[in-house]
Design a binder for this molecule. Structure first.
Ligand code: SF4
Ligand code: MG
Length: 333
């Protein structure tokens, strides 16, 4: 496998009337080609903002931290995303090297333009295809994602397709430009369970076929267990745990991850009570000091948790957590 993206010290703040809000706080991770990374956390944890900031798709009041570094490793060499200045330069990234799919496919399609026309338009922006070639590729992609009678669907509008079919069409559009990285933001949340399983299978097939990387954003650790190779868990804009799916799900090292897992139903013991994490995610305007999770943590260790920001400690070769439980000495060491 080859390295696809390095995200180092990603920090993003928003200037608001109430002051500067930290949405993403010093997040670092990497992804290889052909790898699926699940980005998990409750809503409001900063998952979507993190994903969008990789493509600089932020609102105007967003400010990157000065140490933020995002490097995309493309065939022609590394691209320093932070140094790309304008929309023309960003085209390498947006819809080119990186594609984004959302939870609600209606939002990705313009209502008054046919699915096919939108696919062709996108291909003509990002590739050197002629209109005829772009049409051919679009129909082929619709077929590839399992839409029957793709030539007819090509001429239809988003509202004429069922929910599952729209999701597939959106994936077809996102993949037609052969992105190196696909960011899927809660792509299956609005779908029923059968279609959800089909979409997940489809995405897995496409990873092995095209060798792309996927960042799969979800609040559902169960979906991650089926889909991803590795997991990054976010809470209030911070990464709190990273590791292989196996390690994180079998031996969660951060109390927050343990909390998320305890809130999941298990097949072995379907009658076992689910224990939701007590309390709500705090407002970003009132970020807790020290460990951002200390106001809800069930394993809080006393004053140190509220005073000192925990650093990432390795708990296994490919597994790390930012919690004082795993760094007993801390700054004293
Ligand atoms: Fe809980 Fe303390 Fe670990 Fe934070 S650092 S997760 S408050 S034990
Ligand atoms: Mg979101």
């Amino acid at each position: 496998m080859s390295r696809l993206i390095d995200v180092e010290n990603l920090t993003l703040q928003f200037d608001t009337d109430e002051g500067r809000i930290t949405a993403v706080d010093d997040v670092s991770f990497s992804l290889e080609a052909g790898e699926v990374m699940g980005l998990v956390g409750e809503s409001g944890s900063g998952k979507s903002v993190t994903a969008k900031s990789l493509m600089k798709l932020n609102p105007r009041n967003a400010v990157y931290g000065p140490d933020t570094k995002i490097t995309l490793h493309l065939d022609d060499g590394p691209v320093d995303v932070m140094s790309l200045q304008n929309d023309t330069e960003m085209k390498i990234v947006r819809g080119g090297a990186i594609s984004l799919i959302f939870q609600e496919p209606m939002a990705s399609f313009a209502p008054a333009i046919s699915i096919g026309e939108q696919m062709v338009e996108q291909l003509m922006i990002h590739t050197s295809f002629s209109k005829a070639q772009a049409k051919e590729v679009s129909v082929e992609m619709l077929d590839r994602v399992g839409i029957s009678d793709p030539s007819t669907r090509f001429g239809q509008y988003a509202f004429e397709l069922s929910g599952g079919m729209r999701q597939r069409a959106m994936i077809a559009m996102a993949l037609s430009t052969k992105p190196r990285l696909l960011i899927a933001d809660e792509p299956t949340t609005a779908l029923d369970v059968t279609i959800q399983a089909q979409v997940i299978d489809l995405m897995k097939d496409l990873v092995s076929e095209f060798g792309m990387g996927i960042i799969f954003i979800t609040h559902d650790l169960g979906v991650i267990a089926q889909t991803a190779d590795k997991v990054a868990v976010m809470y209030l804009g911070k990464l709190v745990e990273q590791g292989t799916v196996r390690d994180v799900i079998r031996r969660p090292a951060h109390p927050y991850t343990r909390g998320l897992l305890a809130a999941l139903p298990t097949l072995d013991d379907i009658d076992a009570p689910l224990t939701p994490i007590p309390g709500d995610i705090p407002s970003p305007l009132e970020r807790p000091s020290g460990c951002v999770y200390h106001t809800r943590c069930q394993e809080v260790m006393g004053p140190r948790c509220a005073a000192e920001v925990p650093r990432f400690s390795r708990v296994d070769s490919d597994h790390a957590a930012a919690c004082h439980l795993h760094d007993p000495q801390g700054d004293a060491s």
